[in-house]
Write a protein that binds this ligand. Structure first.
Ligand code: NAD
Ligand code: TDX
Length: 335
């Protein structure tokens, strides 16, 4: 199989490429990535000799058309992904997430006139908006879209384009909406790596608001094994929700990090809350488990977190050079 992976130099995409090279020697991987601030060649260094990396933008119709024409399948991860950045400047989110997904869809549509091309579009649970705290309710594929932030609105728009291209042009696409990922190679702007690297650099971790907001954590390798399940066994046109029953409030996650890193439970700062901060996400992954037979393997969050802390400890060369700049930007916002 010739597989095109957009956004393969980012957090989830790089882990997906590593796992694919490790576990599927029959797959030839090409990565298309614009190498924005969030994507770096270093994340693909361990598989350098096994893949082709094309530095380019998913809004470049000619380039995307050429690469899709060479592929049997496309997994589309590329996007602007950070909610705080979207609040500060939404324009790149509209461009990469909406126009970029449109460009990928058009390339798949045109290539599909002469051969079969399978597309998997990677999306987020944030398209569903948020749930009340302390309710048993979870998102399902029947939950209406209700995005809160410029980030989630652009991901919702992209999902709608994919659904329309399936219905109108019979593009052979599946979609997935996953909950919050954690693991190695995640940008230090995101919650878990930010706090780990704050501790490692002698800074105090920063908690938005009271920390009561709940996220449904999944290890990145479990997200990626679900993507492979859907690519191989999923039904075209279907949306699959990916989650691993990992609900935790932010304060609890932060206290676990502090304990695993030998810090006192209150050794952190409360900072200005995020505007429009979604309260709670929770996924019901039943169809993925029952129909496609997927199950997560990294279900012990504390073990996964300990391994993630060890990875950041051992890989300061990967995150160290950007840490100060990320914290300076945060300091402007957080006062
Ligand atoms: P990331 O920000 O770490 O990586 C995104 C990658 O896309 C980067 O390598 C970047 O260079 C690339 N990119 C951005 N704009 C591009 C463009 N215009 N052309 C080509 N490449 C471009 O993000 P991530 O956390 O790995 O997320 C990957 C995908 O998974 C996204 O679609 C995101 O919405 C989705 N997702 C993420 C999470 C999560 O918890 N991180 C959860 C659910 C879904
Ligand atoms: O310093 C922080 N302190 C803090 O309390 C940061 C960066 C975040 N937070 C809070 C905000 C959220 O409630 O932690 C939670 C997680 O924040 P993020 O890591 O920014 O993730 P989130 O906004 O939940 O979105 C993530 O999951 C869904 C990804 O960034 C998205 O790309 C994905 O779609």
């Amino acid at each position: 199989m010739r597989l095109l992976v957009t956004g393969g130099a980012g957090f989830i995409g790089a882990n997906f490429v590593h796992a694919t090279v490790r576990e599927r020697p029959d797959v030839r991987v090409t990565v298309l990535d614009a190498l924005t601030y969030a994507g770096t060649r270093e994340s693909l260094a361990p598989v350098d000799d096994d893949i082709r990396l094309v530095a380019g933008d998913i809004t470049d119709a000619e380039l995307v058309g050429t690469l899709v024409a060479e592929a049997d399948a496309v997994v589309h991860f590329a996007a602007e992904t950070h909610v705080d950045n979207a609040l500060a400047d939404p324009e790149p989110f509209v461009r990469s997430n909406v126009v970029g997904t449109f460009t990928v869809l058009e390339a798949v549509r045109h290539a599909s006139t002469s051969k079969a091309v399978r597309l998997h579009h990677v999306s987020t649970d944030e398209v569903y908006g948020d749930l009340p705290l302390d309710s048993p309710e979870r998102f399902t594929d029947a939950t209406p879209y209700n995005p809160s932030s410029p980030y989630s609105a652009t991901k919702a728009a992209a999902d709608m384009l994919v659904r329309a291209w399936v219905r109108s042009y019979r593009v052979a696409a599946t979609l997935s909406n996953c909950s919050n990922n954690y693991g190695p190679y995640q940008h230090v702007e995101k919650f878990i790596p930010r706090q780990i690297t704050n501790v490692l650099t002698g800074r105090r971790p920063k908690l938005y608001g009271s920390g009561a907001n709940v996220r449904d954590w999944i290890h990145v390798d479990d997200h990626n094994s679900a993507v492979w399940h859907i690519l191989e066994r999923g039904e075209t046109g279907r949306t699959y929700l990916i989650g691993a029953d990992g609900e935790q409030d932010n304060l609890t996650v932060l206290r676990t990090i502090l304990r695993l890193m030998g810090r006192a439970p209150d050794d952190f700062d409360h900072v200005t809350d995020r505007a429009g901060h979604d309260l709670r996400y929770a996924i019901d992954p039943a169809p993925l488990r029952d129909e496609l037979g997927w199950k997560p393997e990294h279900t012990d969050f504390e073990t996964g977190l300990r391994e993630t802390i060890d990875w950041y400890r051992a890989n300061e060369s990967w995150w160290g050079p950007i840490k100060d700049a990320v914290e300076s930007r945060y300091a402007e916002r957080e006062g």
